[in-house]
Design a protein around this ligand. Structure first.
Ligand code: FAD
Ligand code: SIN
Length: 536
């Protein structure tokens, strides 16, 4: 080794799992007895969107419900782009998750007789949402999984570590470079890598997603040559609390409030959803979001009215706490609402085992496109997807022969623009304006131009404390133009993608847009159905 070559702390494992939300923790647990490095950029295990989930987990549990009924609802929400086999897998295996979580100690809410309660959410034909602590399901799920991870001897947790680059040798992954906020660069060596990095809501100036949701895994996979799919499909939640927040993460007013009878009214007291859909407030999420958006655009201030829900504050303690932070009381106040980017249907394309098309790379959870959500996700199906596909990916990885691998000696060199915070905000504003709820050609083209200007701003080599920010901004800058490109290419409206210049759904466009950095010079590689069977 040359004398002056710097060495970096090195950690080895059979599997590197990146992310400690529901997907990452469930995958790491299911990988036993393989050695797992579970790396997360947050301070502890509980971070990402999972801990904020309010509604619950959709699962076939109630009398009269079946995996087939759950599958029908999932296909309907997905607007023609769901994959039949993936959805069947989700709903059939999903019917077992309550038992699995009970075994780990998940404190599901029960009635006076001890039966687990199920709730109703938009576009579900049955009450099938199990929850914990009222609207604190994600928090309890995170705590339950984290307690199991902490006890598991096959898992080593590495927190405060941002993965900056996936490393490949001879076309196959061998690990990643991570930047630890105390120790600097780490070499993380493993022949199998699972991305469980969550979504990308922070790409938009209005989002329900926490600061960690910067689309890192999608950008990392793109740079490594994995195929991305469905990037134009962003789900906007209709009812985030319309207040000014310091971090751009809007407090969520869970859909379960509407499932429990909450009504949307405007400042004139009109229940505007009655005119827009037969299911009114419980119409599919994109329909409700556009209804709320239209009221805002017409300056008729939309509100969620939950004052008539009995014991609303004990049933929804998280919502009550979040509202109190802004001086609002759900039992007595109308709650002002606005749509916010909430769930990303787009991401890294995988098969039913979470495998991507880069050897050695899997993706699980919100970062992945397994085919279960299509153009629009059914409420409360995402935690379910995390849990079901964690198991499938782990089963797949366990069949692979063990292998020792090495990554190179030089960490990535990252640059950071001078006014990074302002640039990030500029990107987020641009995305909300160009690729928000309603899109059109000129707006999307303007957005692409604006992002190109931001990408060309002068930058300096990032060092020390600047590196995490440089990683996240680089990832947002990588992903955002791809989203605009895909949205421009989809000249129709479908699911979460609404084009005012192409307002109808076209049967000829019933296919996914795939993007692969290494296989094409133009960004949109091809349009095509990526598996044979899609729902009608
Ligand atoms: P996350 O939980 O977001 O975790 C991502 C992890 O990746 C984090 O640990 C983060 O630190 C880590 N990470 C990211 N980038 C890096 C990097 N570069 N290096 C290292 N680590 C990294 N879904 C439902 O099904 N039901 C609900 O009721 C529900 N309610 C929701 C409410 C809110 C407010 C939000 C925001 C979402 C909600 N969703 C709900 C969606 C659901 O919570 C998410 O889709 C799901 O939790 C995603 O889990 P995940 O494990 O894929 O990612
Ligand atoms: C909500 O509680 O409204 C969110 C549920 C979800 O996103 O699945």
């Amino acid at each position: 080794m040359p004398r002056n070559l710097k060495t970096y702390p090195t950690l080895n494992a059979d599997v590197l799992v990146i992310g400690s939300g529901a997907a990452g923790m469930a995958t790491a647990l299911a990988l036993a007895p393989l050695n797992v490095l579970l790396v997360t950029k947050t301070e502890g295990l509980v971070g990402g969107s999972t801990a904020h989930a309010q509604g619950g987990i959709a699962t076939v549990f109630a009398k009269g419900d079946t995996p087939a009924l759950h599958a029908d609802d999932t296909h309907f929400a997905g607007a023609g782009l769901t994959d039949k086999a993936a959805v069947n897998h989700l709903t059939t295996e999903g019917s077992k998750v309550v038992e699995q979580l009970l075994a780990l100690g998940m404190p599901f809410d029960r009635d006076a007789k001890g039966n687990i309660l199920v709730g109703l959410e938009a576009a579900h034909s049955m009450a099938r949402i199990v929850h914990a602590g009222g609207d604190a399901t994600g928090w309890h799920l995170s705590q339950t999984l984290a307690a199991a991870v902490e006890k598991a001897r096959h898992i080593q947790v590495v927190s405060n570590t941002h993965i900056a680059e996936l490393v490949k040798k001879n076309g196959k992954l061998t690990g990643a470079w991570g930047f630890n906020t105390q120790d600097g660069w780490l070499k993380l060596q493993a022949a199998n890598v699972v991305l469980a990095t969550g979504g990308a809501g922070q790409m938009f100036s209005h989002t329900t997603n926490p600061a960690a949701s910067t689309g890192d895994g999608i950008a990392l996979a793109y740079e490594a040559g994995a195929t991305l799919a469905d990037l134009e499909f962003v789900q906007f939640h209709p009812t985030s609390l319309a207040v000014k927040t310091p971090d751009g993460k809007q407090p969520l007013l869970t859909e379960a409030l509407r499932g429990s009878g909450g009504k949307l009214v405007n400042k004139n007291g009109e229940r505007f959803m009655l005119n827009l859909h037969k299911d009114a407030e419980l119409a599919p999420r994109d329909v409700v979001a556009r209804g709320v958006w239209a009221e805002l655009a017409a300056d008729r201030t939309p509100y969620l009215d939950v004052r008539h829900i009995a014991n609303v504050e004990t049933k929804f303690p998280t919502v009550t706490r979040l509202c109190a932070e802004y001086g609002l009381t759900p039992a007595t106040d109308l709650l002002p609402v606005a749509p916010a980017a909430h769930y990303y249907m787009g991401g890294v394309r995988t098969d039913l085992a979470g495998k991507t098309d880069v050897p050695g790379l899997w993706a699980v959870g919100e970062v992945a496109v397994t085919g279960v959500h299509g153009a629009n996700r059914l409420a409360s199906n995402s935690l379910l997807e995390c849990l079901v596909f964690a198991k499938s990916a782990a089963t797949d990885i366990k069949q692979i022969e063990k292998q020792n691998v090495k990554i190179g000696t030089t960490p990535p060199r990252l640059t950071l623009v001078k006014h990074a915070a302002a640039t990030k905000q500029n990107l987020r504003d641009t995305m909300y304006k160009s690729a928000g709820l309603v899109r059109e050609k000129q707006g999307l083209e303007n957005g692409i131009q604006k992002l190109a200007t931001l990408q060309n701003l002068p930058a300096l080599i990032a060092t020390g404390d600047d590196i995490p920010q440089a990683i996240e901004l680089h990832n947002l800058m990588t992903l955002a133009p791809l989203v605009l490109t895909a949205a421009l290419a989809r000249t129709e409206s479908r699911g979460g993608h609404m084009r005012s210049d192409y307002p109808t759904t076209q049967s000829t466009h019933k296919k996914s847009i795939l993007i692969n950095k290494l296989q094409s010079t133009s960004k949109v590689e091809k349009e095509g159905v990526y598996r044979n069977e899609t729902a009608a």
